[in-house]
Unconditional design. Structure first.
Length: 352
């Protein structure tokens, strides 16, 4: 890794951050007349008349305790999407720098790059959806600023071997962005406990999947305090509303709920994987460490449309590299999964 200062865009390194009222005075006072808020409450049952904590300290404290890191290693934002966008804007100069992705993978990495006019290099996964480490290392030097690795990967569902992630971190000039959106569903330990070993590692997690809060919009980036402070300097001052922060704090007090959702999901994942493999038009059920299954079928377009006619929507991934005739199916509740299986039974009869 190069020194963080030499990876940053010049304009970001030289930026004077916006100074909000709540960042200039973060203490406790009796009378707040500094932010031009209304002092008269709000026209709804909950009072939202005050600006929220720009650094979400209460939420971060709970999350830090849960994950065994310090609050200075945590960035919170409007979904992981916000962290992806901010990393792009902090480190990648339009028309000059580039990022590396390994398709088939999550679409936001390349979208966020293209929004900024940043070149995207694709080093596709190889057979078995494995990372092509040597292919990626060919781009180890600047101007490659960010390499995105998704583990477990969306849409394939498999974990990336941890020694490959380690080698990537050690071998490149820029940052490794490891997206662990599905980490709660998998057997391997998160890399969050290893941040100190890898100063150029940024880990993304989200409250959108196992935590059941996709509608809330809350995502996390874990990294060194130096990297986190860069993200904090360029984010919108109040990037997480009071409503979101309060809800997040409550969720972080209810980890039992999340654990029970995860264990139900894992039971269902095994059951559905087994059932899917028995249909004649299903040729492959890929192993999954996430809350979805990728399957290969005889005709993905046809299956997609036939399920849709029965009110069931899955994700057709057939146009993605290595995913010809593949569909991605999220694990639902037990009764939703039953509806899926009976629809597939009807189709088995039709296709026969
Ligand atoms: C769903 C998902 C996310 C979550 O994004 P949010 O913006 O936090 O909702 C991130 N990465 C991957 C790979 C995902 O599949």
């Amino acid at each position: 890794m190069r020194a963080l200062n030499s990876l940053l865009r010049d304009n970001i390194r030289l930026l004077t951050p916006y100074s909000s009222a709540r960042s200039e005075f973060a203490g406790v006072a009796s009378v707040y007349l500094d932010a031009n808020e209304s002092a008269y409450g709000s026209p709804v049952a909950t009072a939202y008349n005050r600006y929220p904590d720009p650094l979400q300290r209460a939420s971060k404290q709970k999350l830090a305790a849960l994950r065994g890191v310090s609050p200075e290693q945590i960035f919170l934002g409007n979904g992981s999407d916000e962290a992806i966008d901010l990393l792009m804007r902090a480190f990648c100069d339009p028309g000059k720098d580039r990022i590396v992705i390994s398709p088939p993978t999550f679409g936001m990495y390349s979208t966020a790059a293209h929004v900024q006019g940043v070149e995207v290099i694709s080093v596709p996964l190889v057979e078995g959806f494995e990372l092509d480490l040597s292919g990626m290392l060919e781009y180890s030097a600047l101007p490659t600023k960010l390499m995105f690795v998704c583990s477990p990967n969306n849409p394939s569902g498999n974990l990336v071997q941890s020694d490959k992630i380690e080698e990537l971190c050690r071998g490149i000039d820029g940052l490794v962005v490891l997206d662990e959106a599905y980490t709660d569903f998998c057997s391997d330990k998160s890399f969050v406990s290893r941040l100190e070993e890898f100063p150029n590692l940024v880990i993304l997690q989200t409250f959108s999947k196992a935590w059941g809060l996709a509608g809330l919009r809350a995502g996390v980036a874990y990294a060194s305090p130096e990297i986190i402070s860069v993200l904090n300097r360029i984010k919108f001052p109040y990037n997480m509303s009071q409503a979101i922060q309060e809800t997040l704090e409550k969720a972080l007090d209810n980890t039992n709920y999340v654990e029970s959702v995860v264990s139900k999901t894992l039971v269902e994942r095994t059951r559905i994987a087994d059932a899917l493999s028995k249909f004649s038009f299903v040729s492959e059920v890929f192993p999954s460490d996430a809350n979805f299954l990728l399957i290969r079928v005889a005709d993905a377009d046809r299956l997609y449309n036939d399920l849709l006619k029965r009110g069931i929507v899955v994700r057709n991934r057939t146009t993605q590299p290595l995913c010809q005739n593949c569909v991605r199916i999220t694990i639902g509740t037990e009764s939703e999964n039953e509806m899926l299986l009976s629809a597939l039974q009807e189709l088995e009869a039709d296709y026969g």
